[in-house]
Design a protein around this ligand. Structure first.
Ligand code: PLP
Length: 417
């Protein structure tokens, strides 16, 4: 038996089986490429599922990590550090949010957002106001709060009972949201682009409609930007990528002179924010953020100086204008290359997405197509039941986009039956 197979089999024997193992053992990475233990090179368009925003082994991240690890890695969450302040400042100075809470993962950021919304509604409107409206096909994470607002709960009855007071509306259908709103509604939560749900972008008019409903009924609007934040959609924050004019909600024409950014009240971040380092954050406008007081919520590791130093280093890279420019240019290049393949091969049935978060439906089973891509030296991932999800590092260049297109074209030609 090969070393590789031995590692896979031994790992499977010793790990709780939450994932089906891939037939590859990864060893190291550099830039947009990852290498397995047999020395095979893969163009990494999965990036740890939209995590390695700066690619693998980025010098700015390594420098921040090494320097900070040698200085201070751990401290009680109640202590201030320069690193925590710098990171919070970078976020509040560049976004519509005023207050930040650091976590260690996406699900924790969502959990914190959920708790903050309930605490705010309890203080503001009373005990009865504790319901949350989530979307069908949503994915928000796997802790009980996040799982309770995630579509998959409908097929995972073995974890019941889920948290009470959750209702599911149709994504991109404002009437279905309106039907669920009552005096008990504390919050509405949405992913600006549904990831796990099949890579579906929200329509700007739908998001603007949610904003109007929340303003009218004093409800907290939460955006889960765990996968879409930090440059992924071609803006620093996902909420900035959905400008809309208020009249469009009622079906009016787009008025370019009155385009407005749709600001949520609370946001959940993680993934690309740490570039691969496990860190997340929940941020809020003052009105909502002040609902949390000492003793209401917390975390041992959240906001530790190492995580904050790395997240700041990642942010400083992403915040350079040329960086976001690159995301938009490379996203456009990827989509136009995919459209060309679609015209020539007739094997692509849909292409959708924003920035460098692109979904592709093909005539092949997505699992089989991913395996075929892997054999041809490219890693990608799945979104929903049938969509190929392309979420490369945001530093990706023209050469790597063209290489990805070549591998996708070749794999489609070979077939993935
Ligand atoms: N929210 C969204 C939109 C996600 O895509 C994910 C992870 O894929 C999560 C939450 C959960 O994040 P984590 O896996 O870091 O807990």
């Amino acid at each position: 038996m090969s070393d590789t197979q031995q590692i896979i089999d031994d790992s499977f024997a010793r790990l709780i089986k939450t994932y089906a193992p891939q037939p590859v053992v990864l060893d190291h990475g550099k830039g947009c490429y990852a290498y397995d233990t047999d020395g095979k090179k893969y163009l990494d368009f999965a990036a740890g599922i939209a995590v390695a925003s700066l690619g693998h082994a980025h010098p700015a991240m390594l420098e921040a990590m090494q320097k900070q690890a040698a200085r201070l890695m751990a401290c009680q969450a109640s202590y201030s550090t320069r690193e925590k302040l710098e990171c919070a400042k970078l976020m509040t100075d560049t976004s519509c949010f005023d207050l930040v809470y650091f976590s260690n993962s996406g699900t924790e950021s969502v959990e914190a957002a959920f708790k903050l919304a309930r605490k705010w509604a309890y203080d503001e409107k009373g005990e009865h106001c504790n319901e949350v409206i989530a979307m069908r096909q949503s994915f928000h994470g796997r802790t009980m709060g996040a799982a309770s607002i995630t579509e998959k709960r409908h097929t995972q009855h073995f974890y019941a009972p889920y948290i009470e007071g959750i209702h599911f509306a149709e994504f991109n259908n404002l009437d279905s949201v309106k039907e669920l709103v009552s005096e008990k509604t504390a919050a509405i939560i949405i992913e600006p682009v549904q990831g796990e749900g099949g890579l579906t972008p929200a329509e700007p008019a739908f998001l603007m409609g949610l904003r109007q409903i929340c303003d009218e009924h004093n409800i907290a609007l939460i955006f889960d930007e765990v996968q879409t934040g930090f440059g992924r959609l071609g803006k620093l924050y996902a909420y900035e990528a959905f400008e809309c004019c208020p009249d469009c909600v009622k079906g009016g024409d787009v008025n370019e002179a009155n385009l407005q950014v749709i600001e949520p009240d609370i946001v959940a971040w993680a993934k690309g924010m740490g570039g691969g380092f496990p860190v997340g954050a929940m941020a809020a406008k003052t009105k909502f953020g002040v609902a949390m007081q000492p003793g209401t919520h917390g975390t041992t590791y959240g906001g530790n100086p190492l995580a904050c130093a790395v997240a700041s280093a990642v942010m400083k890279e992403i915040m350079q204008p040329a960086f976001i420019d690159n995301v938009n240019k490379m996203g456009a290049r990827l989509v136009s290359g995919l459209e060309k393949i679609q015209r020539e091969s007739n094997k692509i049935t849909d292409i959708r997405g924003k920035g460098l978060m692109i979904g592709v439906d093909t005539i092949y089973d997505v699992g089989k197509f991913l395996s075929a891509l892997q054999k041809n030296g490219m890693m990608a991932t799945q979104a929903g039941k049938s969509t190929l999800r392309l979420v490369p590092p945001l530093i990706v260049g023209e050469q790597e986009i063209d290489e990805a297109l070549e591998i996708i074209g070749k794999t489609l030609q070979e077939g993935a039956e």
